[in-house]
Design a protein around this ligand. Structure first.
Ligand SMILES: NC(=O)c1ccc[n+]([C@@H]2O[C@H](COP(=O)([O-])OP(=O)(O)OC[C@H]3O[C@@H](n4cnc5c(N)ncnc54)[C@H](OP(=O)(O)O)[C@@H]3O)[C@@H](O)[C@H]2O)c1
Length: 315
């Protein structure tokens, strides 16, 4: 691909793609900071794509967060994501973008989805209520890509990654995802010399976690070589309970205290395991296992803190 606009290039997924493509000669990577281009503004998005005329678009911008953020800000999760998707997808069609990669998320599948989750399970049951605003917007974006493909013959692809983590993750305790929140809580318990750390929920839900750089490799493959509309699940293949994840975080951080669970807090869906046979059949395999990925992410987190010198400044 000669030119790719990465919407959301400062985020976890977008920054991994920027890193991944940094040594690709002949591919112009186009970016725009959200302070300069608010993707909720349809005119600005249209003008930007008319000016830049990228061959491909990776739509990695959106309002993303864990259960807590979704529950506190449902209007923003629905509105921002709908607007961003509608504007970027529509303007991409209008300006003749050849390939667009859009992201769904594991939570677009029903709460009680058969496991592993496959694209035919979409809309076959009720969504998990704690992430419904975000999931509804993500599903609408996926359906929008399908509609443009059907009506206008575009080649827009939907990818559904499992939970992503890595350098650039959101470590804000109110806004972030489960893995970054666990890593930070355990880190802070160690720093404060606490003998117990209390974490949200029961620890029982089972999840898959993909390292952001592995996801970037899968995204490049889909943009370059995938001929169908998808959706294509992208899972790590390794599933673990939140309890097991917390233990691995404690290992990586070097925390020896006890882990307790606040069962009054919501768990989210009991299990989210993706059937990733489609992306595997294209020859993609994740390279970074959970332990190594956690170590790398923790090193990044520590460096951010050291560099900024301010507790809590890692978003
Ligand atoms: N993280 C996951 O576990 C996960 C799992 C499945 C799917 N996904 C999907 O992957 C995509 C990227 O997620 P992520 O985790 O990388 O998110 P992220 O780290 O929160 O990054 C979001 C990006 O979107 C940008 N953005 C947000 N609102 C914007 C606006 N109004 N105008 C312009 N840019 C805006 C942000 O820019 P600023 O930093 O300047 O605000 C940032 O670059 C999303 O579509 C998400 O649904 C993520």
């Amino acid at each position: 691909m000669r030119s790719l606009y990465i919407a959301g290039h400062t985020g976890l997924v977008g920054s991994a793609m920027v890193r991944h493509l940094s040594d690709r000669a002949g591919c112009r990577v186009i970016t725009a900071a959200s302070s300069q281009l608010d993707l909720r503004d349809s005119r600005a998005v249209q003008a930007f794509l008319e000016r830049e005329r990228p061959e491909g678009v990776m739509l990695a911008a959106g309002l993303v967060g864990g259960i807590s953020a979704n529950m506190r800000r449902p209007a923003e999760f629905l509105y921002d994501n709908l607007m961003i998707e509608a504007n970027v997808i529509h303007a991409s069609w209008k300006t003749g973008v050849q390939r667009l990669l859009n992201f769904g998320s594991g939570c677009v599948y029903p709460k009680d989805c058969p496991q592993p989750m496959r694209p035919e399970h979409l809309m076959a049951g009720k969504m998990e209520p704690t992430s419904e605003p975000y999931a509804l917007a993500k599903l609408a974006g996926m359906r929008l890509c399908d509609a443009y493909n059907r009506q206008y013959g575009t080649r827009f692809v939907n990818a559904i990654p499992c939970t992503v983590y890595g350098p650039g993750d959101n470590f804000d305790l109110q806004e972030g995802h489960v893995l970054s929140a666990l890593l930070r809580r355990v880190h802070e318990a160690k720093e404060a010399g606490k003998t117990t750390v209390t974490l949200w929920g029961t620890g029982n839900p089972r999840r898959e976690f993909i390292y952001a750089d592995d996801l970037a490799e899968a995204c490049e493959l889909l943009l370059d070589r995938y001929a169908d509309a998808g959706p294509v699940n992208i899972g790590a293949g390794e599933i673990c309970s939140i309890g097991q994840l917390a233990e691995r975080c404690a290992e990586v951080v070097g925390y020896c205290g006890r882990i307790e669970w606040d069962r009054s807090r919501p768990d989210g869906a009991p299990e989210k395991r993706l059937d990733s046979s489609e992306i595997r059949s294209l020859g993609w395999m994740p390279k970074v296992g959970l332990k190594e990925g956690l170590q790398r992410t923790y090193r990044w987190f520590q460096k951010q803190r050291t560099d900024s010198g301010v507790l809590g400044s890692v978003r």
